[in-house]
Design a protein around this ligand. Structure first.
Ligand SMILES: Nc1ncnc2c1ncn2[C@@H]1O[C@H](COP(=O)(O)OP(=O)(O)O)[C@@H](O)[C@H]1O
Ligand SMILES: [Mg+2]
Length: 262
């Protein structure tokens, strides 16, 4: 590769690159030798048995944690602080501020970016409606169901406008209908507005609906056990996708892999 003085060599920009990443907590080796590369605007789903280090990997990508071994790069950023700046992270448990209402929580990221409170609240109002929370705008988190809180938390993650979305079992607490709706909504949103996304889930169908690649991790210490590319018709409805032979075949294959890995 050649490069002229003062300008770096032009390499195709990777969205996220992990090389030989390892992380232990005392005697517990959470992940070991994880290498993963995904392109800019790629959508990666990670499935694996409980405790295999999926959340640990997301924390490492986000910059909230750093590996003991190996290297991490997120849109060219390698230090934890620089990674944090590029990532919006949605945790398993919602971390809503109990004293802020739905609009206030949803608008938080915009306010943190310096937007005036009123403008921020009005900007998120449309999204709040789209998430089926219109009559709950002024409710406090303790007045909402678990699923609603998770929707607000998800909304807040989207509103942050970061290039990388890290979703840790974001729909786990939702009832199956809301879950199906939001999965499909997110699928369309990601097709419309490209973002680099890593989704951790234990739901194989969700992994397939939302990922253009699916990684299966082995039981602890978590390693990459298998990786599959998906390509389903973008315009298909959820019902059509779930009946597609390629979809059901891959779903069965992933379920078998997951069973082997557990
Ligand atoms: N901060 C921590 N301190 C001690 N052990 C941890 C910590 N975070 C994760 N672990 C351990 O590392 C392993 C992987 O955890 P985690 O990444 O949460 O798994 P998963 O998200 O796949 O269920 C588990 O055994 C867990 O108990
Ligand atoms: Mg987890």
């Amino acid at each position: 590769m050649t490069s002229t003085a003062g300008s770096p060599a032009q390499e195709p920009e990777a969205g996220i690159r992990l090389e030989e990443v390892g992380r232990a907590f005392g005697p517990t080796v959470a992940v070991s030798g994880v290498s993963l590369t995904m392109p800019l605007h790629g959508h990666l789903s990670i499935i694996g048995p409980s405790g295999c280090g999926k959340s640990t990997l997301l924390n490492i990508i986000s910059g909230l944690d750093d590996p003991d071994e190996g290297t991490v790069e997120v849109l060219g950023a390698t230090t934890p602080d620089d990674r944090l700046r590029r990532c919006a992270w949605m945790p398993q448990r919602d971390l809503l501020l109990p004293w802020r209402d739905v609009l206030g929580n949803a608008a938080l990221a915009l306010e943190n970016q310096g937007m005036h409170r009123k403008a921020a609240r009005s900007q998120v109002t449309g999204l709040v409606k789209r998430f089926g929370l219109s009559s709950f705008e002024r409710k406090l988190p303790h007045q909402l169901s678990g699923g609603m809180r998770q929707r607000v938390s998800f909304l807040r993650t989207l509103v942050a406008g970061k290039e990388v979305l890290l979703l840790d079992e974001p729909f786990g607490a939702l009832d199956s209908i809301t879950r199906a709706d939001l999965q499909f909504w997110l699928r369309s949103a990601l097709l419309e507005e490209p973002r680099t996304t890593v989704l951790v889930t234990h739901d194989v169908e969700e992994a397939l609906l939302l990922g253009d690649e699916v990684v299966v991790m082995s039981a602890r210490p978590g390693r990459v056990a298998a990786r599959y590319a998906t390509s389903f018709p973008a315009g298909a409805s959820r019902r059509e996708l779930l009946r597609l032979a390629e979809f059901t075949e891959l779903r069965d294959e992933l379920l078998a892999r997951l069973e082997e890995a557990s």
